[in-house]
Design a protein. Structure first.
Length: 236
Protein backbone atom coordinates (compact mmCIF):
# COMPACT_ATOMS: atom_id res chain seq x y z
CA UNK A 1 0.00 0.00 0.00
CA UNK A 2 2.82 2.40 0.91
CA UNK A 3 4.60 1.69 -2.39
CA UNK A 4 1.40 2.21 -4.37
CA UNK A 5 0.82 5.54 -2.60
CA UNK A 6 4.38 6.64 -3.41
CA UNK A 7 3.94 5.78 -7.08
CA UNK A 8 0.62 7.65 -7.18
CA UNK A 9 2.21 10.69 -5.52
CA UNK A 10 5.07 10.75 -8.02
CA UNK A 11 2.65 10.40 -10.92
CA UNK A 12 0.48 13.29 -9.70
CA UNK A 13 3.54 15.43 -9.04
CA UNK A 14 4.84 14.81 -12.56
CA UNK A 15 1.49 15.74 -14.07
CA UNK A 16 1.47 18.97 -12.08
CA UNK A 17 4.99 20.02 -13.07
CA UNK A 18 5.21 18.70 -16.64
CA UNK A 19 4.31 21.34 -19.28
CA UNK A 20 0.95 20.71 -20.89
CA UNK A 21 0.98 19.49 -24.46
CA UNK A 22 -1.15 22.37 -25.71
CA UNK A 23 1.24 24.83 -24.10
CA UNK A 24 4.20 23.28 -25.92
CA UNK A 25 2.25 23.54 -29.19
CA UNK A 26 1.21 27.13 -28.55
CA UNK A 27 -2.47 26.26 -28.38
CA UNK A 28 -3.43 28.63 -25.58
CA UNK A 29 -4.08 32.31 -24.89
CA UNK A 30 -1.14 33.92 -23.07
CA UNK A 31 -3.34 36.77 -21.86
CA UNK A 32 -5.39 34.24 -19.88
CA UNK A 33 -2.40 32.26 -18.56
CA UNK A 34 -1.19 33.36 -15.10
CA UNK A 35 2.40 32.43 -15.98
CA UNK A 36 2.50 35.28 -18.51
CA UNK A 37 2.60 39.04 -18.02
CA UNK A 38 2.04 41.88 -20.52
CA UNK A 39 4.95 43.87 -21.88
CA UNK A 40 5.23 47.58 -21.21
CA UNK A 41 6.17 50.49 -23.46
CA UNK A 42 9.46 50.91 -21.59
CA UNK A 43 10.68 47.58 -22.98
CA UNK A 44 8.68 46.92 -26.18
CA UNK A 45 7.84 48.60 -29.47
CA UNK A 46 5.43 48.05 -32.35
CA UNK A 47 3.24 44.96 -32.21
CA UNK A 48 5.12 43.78 -29.11
CA UNK A 49 3.37 46.50 -27.10
CA UNK A 50 0.38 44.15 -27.00
CA UNK A 51 2.59 41.14 -26.32
CA UNK A 52 3.28 38.80 -23.42
CA UNK A 53 6.20 36.86 -21.97
CA UNK A 54 6.65 34.39 -19.18
CA UNK A 55 7.18 36.39 -16.00
CA UNK A 56 10.63 34.87 -15.43
CA UNK A 57 11.70 35.84 -18.95
CA UNK A 58 10.48 39.41 -18.67
CA UNK A 59 12.06 39.91 -15.24
CA UNK A 60 15.42 38.74 -16.57
CA UNK A 61 15.08 40.90 -19.68
CA UNK A 62 14.39 44.01 -17.60
CA UNK A 63 17.56 43.40 -15.59
CA UNK A 64 19.53 42.88 -18.80
CA UNK A 65 18.09 46.04 -20.34
CA UNK A 66 19.06 48.16 -17.36
CA UNK A 67 22.61 46.77 -17.44
CA UNK A 68 22.88 47.46 -21.17
CA UNK A 69 21.68 51.05 -20.75
CA UNK A 70 24.53 51.76 -18.35
CA UNK A 71 26.88 50.97 -21.24
CA UNK A 72 24.99 53.01 -23.81
CA UNK A 73 23.16 50.07 -25.40
CA UNK A 74 19.40 50.24 -25.93
CA UNK A 75 17.48 46.96 -26.11
CA UNK A 76 13.79 46.67 -26.93
CA UNK A 77 11.45 43.81 -27.79
CA UNK A 78 9.76 43.84 -31.20
CA UNK A 79 8.17 40.37 -30.99
CA UNK A 80 7.52 38.15 -27.99
CA UNK A 81 5.07 35.30 -27.41
CA UNK A 82 3.26 34.14 -30.52
CA UNK A 83 0.69 31.41 -29.98
CA UNK A 84 -0.40 28.81 -32.54
CA UNK A 85 -2.95 31.12 -34.18
CA UNK A 86 -0.48 33.98 -34.55
CA UNK A 87 2.15 31.68 -36.05
CA UNK A 88 -0.45 30.12 -38.34
CA UNK A 89 -1.25 33.54 -39.80
CA UNK A 90 2.43 34.24 -40.49
CA UNK A 91 2.94 30.80 -42.03
CA UNK A 92 -0.17 30.71 -44.21
CA UNK A 93 0.35 34.27 -45.46
CA UNK A 94 3.69 33.08 -46.83
CA UNK A 95 2.32 29.73 -48.00
CA UNK A 96 -0.49 31.41 -49.96
CA UNK A 97 1.63 34.20 -51.45
CA UNK A 98 0.19 37.07 -49.43
CA UNK A 99 3.62 37.65 -47.89
CA UNK A 100 6.60 37.18 -50.22
CA UNK A 101 9.61 35.11 -49.16
CA UNK A 102 13.00 36.21 -50.44
CA UNK A 103 11.07 38.32 -52.94
CA UNK A 104 9.10 35.33 -54.25
CA UNK A 105 5.40 34.56 -54.39
CA UNK A 106 5.52 30.97 -53.16
CA UNK A 107 2.30 30.00 -54.92
CA UNK A 108 4.47 29.85 -58.06
CA UNK A 109 6.35 26.90 -56.52
CA UNK A 110 4.52 23.64 -57.22
CA UNK A 111 6.86 21.51 -55.10
CA UNK A 112 5.20 21.64 -51.66
CA UNK A 113 8.34 20.49 -49.84
CA UNK A 114 10.41 23.23 -51.45
CA UNK A 115 7.72 25.80 -50.63
CA UNK A 116 7.83 24.77 -46.97
CA UNK A 117 11.63 24.76 -46.96
CA UNK A 118 11.74 28.37 -48.16
CA UNK A 119 9.36 29.54 -45.43
CA UNK A 120 11.45 27.64 -42.90
CA UNK A 121 14.47 29.78 -43.64
CA UNK A 122 13.20 32.17 -40.96
CA UNK A 123 9.62 31.20 -39.98
CA UNK A 124 8.43 28.21 -37.96
CA UNK A 125 5.49 25.97 -38.69
CA UNK A 126 2.66 26.55 -36.19
CA UNK A 127 3.10 24.24 -33.23
CA UNK A 128 6.90 24.20 -33.52
CA UNK A 129 8.00 27.73 -32.61
CA UNK A 130 9.99 28.62 -29.50
CA UNK A 131 7.97 31.84 -29.47
CA UNK A 132 5.02 29.74 -28.25
CA UNK A 133 6.64 29.26 -24.87
CA UNK A 134 7.08 32.85 -23.68
CA UNK A 135 10.82 32.27 -23.37
CA UNK A 136 11.97 33.77 -26.66
CA UNK A 137 11.94 37.27 -28.08
CA UNK A 138 13.12 39.26 -31.09
CA UNK A 139 15.13 42.37 -30.31
CA UNK A 140 15.58 45.70 -32.11
CA UNK A 141 15.45 44.56 -35.77
CA UNK A 142 14.53 41.55 -37.92
CA UNK A 143 17.45 42.21 -40.26
CA UNK A 144 20.81 40.52 -39.72
CA UNK A 145 22.48 43.35 -41.64
CA UNK A 146 21.34 45.85 -38.99
CA UNK A 147 23.54 44.08 -36.46
CA UNK A 148 26.64 44.40 -38.64
CA UNK A 149 27.31 48.13 -38.26
CA UNK A 150 26.67 51.19 -36.11
CA UNK A 151 24.25 50.91 -33.22
CA UNK A 152 23.14 47.46 -34.36
CA UNK A 153 26.67 46.11 -34.18
CA UNK A 154 27.07 47.64 -30.72
CA UNK A 155 23.86 45.90 -29.61
CA UNK A 156 24.93 42.52 -30.99
CA UNK A 157 28.43 42.74 -29.52
CA UNK A 158 26.99 43.61 -26.11
CA UNK A 159 24.47 40.76 -26.24
CA UNK A 160 27.13 38.28 -27.37
CA UNK A 161 29.33 39.30 -24.45
CA UNK A 162 26.74 39.73 -21.68
CA UNK A 163 23.36 38.11 -22.45
CA UNK A 164 24.50 34.86 -20.90
CA UNK A 165 24.97 36.62 -17.56
CA UNK A 166 21.19 37.09 -17.48
CA UNK A 167 20.27 33.63 -18.77
CA UNK A 168 19.81 34.51 -22.45
CA UNK A 169 21.36 32.85 -25.48
CA UNK A 170 21.07 33.11 -29.27
CA UNK A 171 19.47 29.84 -30.47
CA UNK A 172 19.98 30.43 -34.18
CA UNK A 173 23.64 31.19 -34.73
CA UNK A 174 25.75 30.72 -37.87
CA UNK A 175 25.30 27.29 -39.46
CA UNK A 176 29.00 26.99 -40.29
CA UNK A 177 29.47 24.61 -37.35
CA UNK A 178 26.88 22.20 -38.76
CA UNK A 179 23.79 23.46 -36.92
CA UNK A 180 20.64 22.45 -38.78
CA UNK A 181 17.32 24.24 -39.30
CA UNK A 182 16.65 27.96 -39.45
CA UNK A 183 19.12 30.49 -40.76
CA UNK A 184 21.07 32.71 -38.38
CA UNK A 185 18.91 35.20 -36.47
CA UNK A 186 20.96 37.74 -34.58
CA UNK A 187 17.77 39.28 -33.21
CA UNK A 188 16.37 36.13 -31.58
CA UNK A 189 17.25 35.52 -27.91
CA UNK A 190 15.99 32.80 -25.58
CA UNK A 191 15.74 32.59 -21.80
CA UNK A 192 17.59 29.32 -21.28
CA UNK A 193 16.58 28.58 -17.64
CA UNK A 194 13.08 27.92 -19.00
CA UNK A 195 13.54 27.10 -22.68
CA UNK A 196 16.10 24.35 -22.10
CA UNK A 197 13.67 22.16 -20.15
CA UNK A 198 10.76 23.07 -22.43
CA UNK A 199 12.72 21.89 -25.45
CA UNK A 200 13.38 18.56 -23.75
CA UNK A 201 9.70 18.22 -22.87
CA UNK A 202 8.76 19.05 -26.45
CA UNK A 203 10.95 16.25 -27.78
CA UNK A 204 9.41 13.82 -25.28
CA UNK A 205 5.76 14.77 -25.71
CA UNK A 206 5.30 16.00 -29.28
CA UNK A 207 5.20 13.79 -32.38
CA UNK A 208 4.71 14.63 -36.05
CA UNK A 209 1.04 13.71 -35.67
CA UNK A 210 0.67 16.72 -33.37
CA UNK A 211 1.91 19.15 -36.02
CA UNK A 212 -1.29 19.85 -37.91
CA UNK A 213 -4.16 22.30 -38.37
CA UNK A 214 -2.60 24.54 -41.05
CA UNK A 215 -1.76 24.48 -44.74
CA UNK A 216 1.47 22.68 -45.57
CA UNK A 217 1.61 20.69 -42.33
CA UNK A 218 2.09 17.44 -44.26
CA UNK A 219 5.66 18.52 -45.07
CA UNK A 220 6.74 18.39 -41.41
CA UNK A 221 7.76 14.74 -41.52
CA UNK A 222 9.60 14.96 -44.84
CA UNK A 223 11.65 17.91 -43.59
CA UNK A 224 12.41 16.24 -40.22
CA UNK A 225 11.00 19.30 -38.54
CA UNK A 226 11.49 18.22 -34.93
CA UNK A 227 15.04 16.91 -35.25
CA UNK A 228 16.36 19.45 -37.78
CA UNK A 229 14.45 22.59 -36.80
CA UNK A 230 12.96 22.43 -33.29
CA UNK A 231 16.15 20.82 -32.03
CA UNK A 232 18.43 22.70 -34.41
CA UNK A 233 19.60 25.21 -31.81
CA UNK A 234 22.87 26.42 -30.37
CA UNK A 235 21.40 26.81 -26.85
CA UNK A 236 21.84 23.64 -24.77
Amino acid sequence: MKLAFSILFLTINFIQTSPEKNYLLGKFDPSADPRFIPLTSAYAQGSALNGYLRKETFDAFRKMTEAAKKEGVNLFIISATRNFDAQKKIWENKWNGKTKVEGKDLTTIADMEERARLILLYSSMPGTSRHHWGTDMDLNSLDNHYFSFGDGLKVYQWLSAHAGEFGFCQPYTSKEDGRTGYEEEKWHWSYLPLSKSLLEEYKKQISYDDIDGFEGNTQATALHLITHYVDGVACR
